[in-house]
Ligand binder design. Structure first.
Ligand code: NYM
Ligand code: MG
Length: 220
């Protein structure tokens, strides 16, 4: 009694295509976990506020061009610059919800079909970053995505790119542990309930998981 060390927080990542409902679900999950008594932070990548993030923002808006490998490494650097603070927060008992992470990083770049930018190449700079305890993939069909209205104005927000991204997410997640595929074609409330079940289970087994791990190489 009185010697209990701080229980670590969970690292929860939410992934999916543009318009899958990631941001709404991240907010709902934050509220749910807070109500359950957790201290929660909600962050998103790219973090457009840092100097590297500003370069990424201007690239995504189409104001600047960047070589494919170079912008890829900037997206990764944008995660590395926050890695230490993520590790510290988790150790201090804060649960972090992350809107997009290394998985978006690898698939959006690999979807460009640049011959020297494979999924394997794209994954390399992610190795060693904090490893999510759970990654929720909000999966929607092309038809459902289309129903949700037009594409935005940013780079990558076109049908050809989104189709390749969807396929690559599937390929990548076949090669990852701790991924939960969520049917995001349901109502906001239903999806939110499904996410709560998966995340509660993950938080419940954190004691057995041990300290925060790091991302490893892609397995076959
Ligand atoms: N994106 C996001 C990447 O290309 N690489 C990355 O590492 C990350 C985190 O940025 N279309 C792309 C995916 C999105 C775009 O993200 C901006 P958002 O969540 O739509 O603001
Ligand atoms: Mg977007």
């Amino acid at each position: 009694v009185g010697h209990e060390s701080t229980r670590r927080g969970a690292l929860v990542v939410v992934e999916g295509l543009d318009r899958a409902g990631k941001s709404s679900q991240c907010e709902k999950l934050r509220d749910y976990l807070s109500e359950q008594g957790h201290t929660v932070k909600y962050i998103r990548f790219p973090d457009r506020t840092t100097p590297i993030g500003k370069l990424i923002d201007s690239y995504l808006r189409g104001s600047t061009d960047q070589e494919d490998h170079s912008i890829h490494l900037l997206f990764s650097a944008n995660r590395w610059e926050l890695a230490k603070s993520i590790q510290e927060d988790i150790a201090n008992g804060i649960t972090i919800i992350v809107d997009r992470y290394s998985y978006s990083g690898a698939v959006y770049s690999a979807a460009k079909a640049n011959p020297t930018l494979s999924l394997e190449w794209a994954w390399q700079p992610e190795i060693g970053l904090p490893r999510p305890d759970i990654c929720l993939f909000l999966s929607i069909s092309a038809e459902e995505a289309a129903k949700r209205g037009g594409f935005g104005a940013e780079r990558y927000e076109n049908e050809a790119m989104q189709t390749r991204v969807r396929e690559l997410f599937r390929t990548l997640f076949e090669r990852q542990e701790d991924v939960s595929i969520i049917d995001a074609g349901k109502s906001l409330e239903e999806v939110s309930k499904d996410i709560q079940v998966v995340v509660s289970e993950c938080v419940g087994r954190l004691g057995a998981t041990g300290p925060l791990r790091t991302l490893g190489p892609l397995v076959n």
